[in-house]
Design a protein around this ligand. Structure first.
Ligand SMILES: NC(=O)c1ccc[n+]([C@@H]2O[C@H](COP(=O)([O-])OP(=O)(O)OC[C@H]3O[C@@H](n4cnc5c(N)ncnc54)[C@H](OP(=O)(O)O)[C@@H]3O)[C@@H](O)[C@H]2O)c1
Length: 294
């Protein structure tokens, strides 16, 4: 039987409705959650992402400041903008869209964001809190969204072998750290694979839950998947497709057709992990406002 598809759009819609209700509760106390979305330059994919994030914030009843800064802005000027947002009481969450132009060091910018407003969860303070299992920090949106997707799809995680392909600070590492935590949505035995992993299929075939975040189209095929495994495809690779209107389409890291024949549950691309990332950003922002209490 082909794998059941995990509908990320439906779960994200539910999360966004919950966020809107929490924002309305805050509004009744005179607090409007505020998100600042900072875009440096005009990278087309980043323009699409930041526009979508701003729209989602407004739909949830939040205040949203979309800052579009020129690609030539100096690092010092960008840091000054971050400082201003840190001290702006209307702003509870700050997101600086990556990647930044080459002359700006992303780590310096991330470290400048007030950890209490770091709704992307990339500041070392929040990364550390996540690792030690403290719950008052912010968890990066994509792995947080994947954990919610698993929960909402009825996937039991304790005792399962979870294999993560990819060790980026944005997806792979926080994903592995989350699945390792001692709680009912985690408690997995976790393996993390990367470019130096010897014999990748020997690891992926052990996975009850396989999370693929390599940024390599179709790197995982059906032959690499344990029958009945749950497979989460994080990859969003733009590939040429002469049949598509635009000439390109989104391709996941998973070979959908062959994996669907082996897995029990699978996320599609698009419509799987992607919508959850934005929904969790909204959840983090409303939480930032609740914690700030102003
Ligand atoms: N849907 C969403 O909301 C969302 C959000 C974030 C990212 N993404 C997508 O998810 C993918 C990963 O994103 P990222 O930011 O984590 O990418 P990244 O920073 O490029 O990291 C990719 C990771 O995959 C590993 N890798 C690459 N090729 C591999 C191979 N052949 N075998 C084993 N491991 C391999 C790399 O290993 P090394 O460390 O050894 O180089 C690296 O750790 C991308 O397609 C991105 O567009 C989607």
């Amino acid at each position: 039987m082909p794998a059941e598809l995990i509908d990320g759009r439906a779960v994200a819609k539910k999360i966004r409705a919950e966020v809107a209700a929490r924002a309305a509760k805050l509004a009744a106390r005179g607090i409007r959650p505020g998100l600042a979305v900072v875009l440096v330059g005009e990278d087309p994919a980043s323009v699409v992402y930041t526009t979508a994030k701003g729209k989602a914030a407004e739909e949830a009843g939040m205040y949203c400041q979309n800052l579009r800064l020129p690609a030539e802005i100096s690092q010092a000027d960008l840091l000054a903008r971050v400082d201003a947002l840190n001290s702006d009481p209307r702003i509870h969450g700050i997101l600086v869209q990556m990647p930044l132009p080459k002359h700006i060091d992303p780590d310096t910018v991330i470290r400048r964001i007030d950890p209490a407003k770091d709704v992307d969860g990339f500041h070392p303070v929040n990364v550390g809190k996540m690792l030690i299992g403290e719950r008052d920090g912010f968890i990066p949106c994509t792995p947080a969204g994947i954990q919610v997707l698993l929960r909402e799809s009825g996937v039991s995680t304790p005792g399962k072998n979870c294999v993560v392909i990819g060790r980026s600070n944005i997806v792979g590492k926080p994903m592995a750290a989350l699945m390792l935590q001692d709680n009912e949505n985690a408690n997995c035995t976790v393996t993390v694979c990367h470019r130096h992993t010897a014999d990748l299929p020997s690891h992926t075939r052990q996975a009850d839950i396989l999370i693929v975040a390599a940024g390599r189209p179709k790197i995982v095929t059906g032959a690499m998947v344990k029958p009945g495994a749950v497979v989460i495809d994080v990859g969003t690779n733009r590939v040429n497709d002469p049949k598509a209107k635009s000439g390109t389409r989104l391709q996941g890291d998973v070979d959908f057709d062959s994996v669907r024949e082996v897995a029990s549950k699978l996320t599609p691309v698009p419509g799987g992990v992607g919508p959850m990332t934005i929904a969790m950003l909204m959840a983090n922002t409303v939480r930032a406002a609740e914690m700030a209490g102003r």
